[in-house]
Structure formats: C-alpha cells, structure tokens
Design a protein around this ligand. Structure first.
Ligand code: NAD
Length: 442
C-alpha cells in the first residue's frame, strides 16, 4: 500500500480512523495478539530480507553484511528480545499500600495508548521505521509508519510489504515528504515517535502540542570522542574508524569529532590512517563494505567541509557516484565550519586539547550530545566524565554499539532529544503506566 494524500480514497484522516476503530475493538490488547503481530513482523524481515537488502543498497550503497548487521538483523534482535520478555514486562507490578489505606491492593498496569505515528529518517531507513514499531505493537497499539522520502527504495518496500504481512487494520504506511507529513501531523495521535533532525523535531512537537500528544524525539548532534594519553591508540583508532565510517558516517551516534588530549594527536592520526586502510583498502571507492552519501545535497554540504583542516587520510570524492572517502582532518580549529553542526558524513576532525579539564569544558560549552565516547585507562577520568558531563549515552572504549544492547535505553537529552526506547524502554514509551487501586467495600 502506497498512500499519499491524493491517491488514498479515504485520505489520511480515514487511515487514522481505520486504525483507531481497530484499536477500539480491544483486539490489540491481549498478549496473544501482540505476539502474533510480532511473529508477522519477524516473517516479513526474514522472508523479504533480500528485497530490503537490495533497497538499502539502492538507497545508500549498503553492503549485504551491513544491511543485515545494522538494519534487518538489528531489528530482528530487538524483536526477539521483546518477544522473549514481553509477558514478564506486561505483568502488573504490585505497589506498596501505606498503612492508612489498608486493607487495599495497588498495582501499576501498562495500558496501550491507541494509534501511534512513527516518522523515520533515511540513514537507517528500515531499522528506524521498524524497531520503534516493535515497541508500538508489543505495547498493544496500532500504528502509522512514515518512512523517509530520501530513502525511496526502502520506503517503497516498507509501504508495499508491511501492511501485507501485518494487516491494513494494524498498520498503515504513508509515503511522502513534507506535505504528507504535515497532513499526518494535523491528525490526533496518541503518541508521536520522531527520529531525525532537531529543526523538524520542533515542527513535530509544535504540531503534537495542539492535540496534547506526547512525543519521543530521537535527534542527533555532535557526539565527541575524548582520547587520553595512555590509551592504546591502535585499538582506539580501529574502533573509532569502524564506528565513524559505518554507513559512510551517516549514523546518529557516529563519533563526530575527536578531542585528543596532550600529545596523543600525532600518533592517533597515524593509527587512524592505518585503520582506514585496514577496513577499506587503499582505494575505498572499490570497497564493497563502504557506503555512499544519500544524495547530492548532502554530498555538496560535506565536500565543502573537506578543507577545514590538514588531510591525514582521505579527501577523495566523486559527485557522480556520491562517493566521499573516509577522511580524517587534523589541526582543526573549534571555529571551523566542520565544528559548527553535526557532520553526518565520513569526515573525522581531530582537535587537540591540553587536558581532561579542557575536554570537559569543551563538551559542556556545547549542546548535550546523543553520545559521548572516551578512550582512557584511568578510572578517575571515567568517573569525572560520567559525573561532569551530560549526554544521551556514555561509552568507554566502544563507540556506537550501545544502541545494539536492548537492555540499555536509547535516546538523547537536551538538543539530542527526549524520551528513550529499545527493549522494555519501548514498552514504557508506547504505554501508559496506569495506577490501579482496589480496596474492598467492606
Ligand atoms: P529526514 O530528512 O529523512 O527527515 C526525517 C523525517 O522527517 C522524514 O520522514 C521526513 O519526511 C520528515 N520531515 C522532513 N521535513 C519535514 C517537515 N518540514 N515537516 C514534517 N516532517 C518532515 O532525516 P534527517 O532529519 O536528515 O535525519 C538525520 C538526522 O537525524 C541527524 O541529525 C541524525 O543525527 C538524526 N538521527 C537520529 C537518530 C536517533 O535515533 N537519535 C537516528 C538517526 C538519525
């Protein structure tokens, strides 16, 4: 099903009304319905893996391995974890009753919300549409999914296949760009889950305010990396390069820039160049493991940043194929354009700071990041970074991977977003924790 405002007989209000009517039947509440819908979603992801893989390759040049690891397999892991724990998560939680009210029982029950809207971006266009859907269905809701128009092949595959597997009464896919999303946002939803940039996040939140609809905003920003003397710089560089150049740097939690403390920069730069060579060979344009920039607008934006420092490795680019080499820039000034906004591409600036105090001050002078990474052997530095900075996530020694740990909440703070999901946190997001009290009448 490929809905736009013009070609849907019922129009967007009708689509929402259909999903609301289904929710109102009460069918979506029992555990059995939820597990059945999740099983259907599992079947979709496994039976149509090839279709999604090809779509992801067409949109972003993703290799089959990356498509599996970061999109299809990722979503399956999230789904399997949810299925394994759902019964336990939905069990009412007993609450203590103060003596004054006894005899009475009290409990917390997770109630489904109704119809939720999921708006997804283009960079992990399958995962970021369907992993939130796992939570929405597990919590007993129906959903409208709005994939990103900037990943058109994946959007089309989702639109065609999702309602076929899950049923048009459970989920609707609305494809399109600003007009379609604007029309959707005029409707009343019971929750809006948006992943993307902060400018649109503000539009979503303003539209949600009209209906007093709660929102989750999964946004982005510049995620810093702190490297301290004493850290193994070869290991640091390998892990940094893997996290940064995954999906050609178009990852919300990609390391955005490095704050190299003391004299670590020179050695780290050498190791980063070696790590890029190890990962993608001498000519990354020939590597089947290396992705492409999503479109020409983003390519031009990124190409304009290549001169913002001394090129340690990379710099090569080709507009016709939207190839931009994994690039490390050194001697970058904090005032350089590359340091002003989230890079969201394969360019890694390295800045030098004298000590941990300076690194912490640098981080705290800027927006709260979605993730903060540090490579250090010092427990005292880890403690200080944990206590003196604020970020969506904090990871020592391992960039990006926290989002694949379903027992961890995933979300931002401040400019990097509000709300969280994955695993049980998704159930919280897509349910209402209802207080229930039961006192005998006699
Ligand atoms: P995008 O351009 O695909 O936009 C996201 C969604 O918003 C799309 O579905 C799009 O149709 C819709 N949209 C765009 N303009 C709109 C408007 N004016 N009104 C209503 N809806 C509109 O993706 P993007 O925003 O370029 O994505 C990149 C950003 O997302 C980066 O900042 C990145 O860090 C962030 N991101 C965050 C996460 C996370 O989980 N926190 C994940 C991926 C990306």
């Amino acid at each position: 099903m490929n809905l736009t405002i013009e070609d849907t007989p019922e129009g967007i209000p009708g689509v929402v009304a259909r999903l609301r009517a289904e929710f109102a039947t009460g069918r979506t509440r029992p555990l059995a319905w939820r597990l059945d819908r999740l099983a259907a979603l599992r079947a979709l992801l496994t039976e149509q893996a090839e279709v999604f893989q090809q779509a992801l390759h067409a949109d972003l040049g993703k290799s089959a391995t990356e498509a599996h690891r970061t999109e299809i397999g990722f979503t399956l892991n999230e789904l399997d974890h949810t299925v394994a724990h759902l019964e336990e998560w939905l069990r009412p939680k007993p609450a203590a009753v103060p003596e004054f009210f006894r005899p009475a029982e009290a409990r917390v029950v997770r109630d489904p919300l109704g119809v939720v809207l999921i708006i997804a971006p283009w960079n992990y266009p399958l995962q970021l549409a369907l992993a939130p859907l796992v939570g929405a269905l597990a919590a007993g809701n129906t959903a409208v999914v709005k994939p990103s128009e900037l990943a058109p092949a994946t959007s089309a595959a989702i639109a065609e296949l999702l309602p076929r597997y899950l049923g048009a009464e459970t989920v609707a896919v609305v494809e399109g760009a600003v007009p379609e999303t604007t029309a959707l946002l005029e409707q009343r939803f019971d929750h809006i889950f948006y992943t993307g940039n902060g400018a649109v996040g503000r539009i979503v939140m303003a539209a949600a305010a009209k209906h007093l609809t709660p929102v989750t905003l999964e946004l982005g920003g510049k995620s810093p990396v702190v490297v301290e003397p004493g850290a193994d710089l070869a290991v640091t560089a390998r892990r940094l390069a893997r996290g940064k150049f995954l999906n050609a740097g178009q990852t919300c939690v990609a390391p955005d820039y490095v704050l190299a403390i003391g004299d670590t920069a020179a050695e780290l730069e050498k190791e980063l160049a070696a790590a890029v060579g190890e990962l993608f060979g001498d000519d990354p344009s020939l590597s089947t493991d290396y992705g492409r920039i999503v479109n020409e607008r983003h390519f031009d934006r990124l190409a304009a940043l290549l001169g913002d420092g001394r090129t340690v490795t990379g710099g090569g680019h080709d507009r016709a194929t939207r190839f931009l080499a994994p690039t490390v820039l050194a001697d970058v000034a904090p005032t350089a354009p590359v340091m002003q906004a989230e890079i969201f591409g394969p360019i890694l600036p390295v800045l030098t700071v004298p000590d941990l105090d300076a690194a912490i001050a640098f981080i705290n002078e800027r927006d709260k990041p979605l993730a903060l990474y540090a490579f250090t052997e010092s427990p005292e530095s880890k403690r200080r970074l944990a206590e003196e900075t604020s970020s969506g996530a904090l990871s020592f020694g391992l960039p990006v991977s926290h989002l694949a740990m379903p027992e961890l909440p995933f979300g931002g703070v401040g400019e990097s977003g509000m709300g969280r999901y994955h695993g049980e946190y998704s159930i919280d997001t897509f349910s209402h924790s209802k207080a229930v009290v039961d006192k005998p009448l006699a």
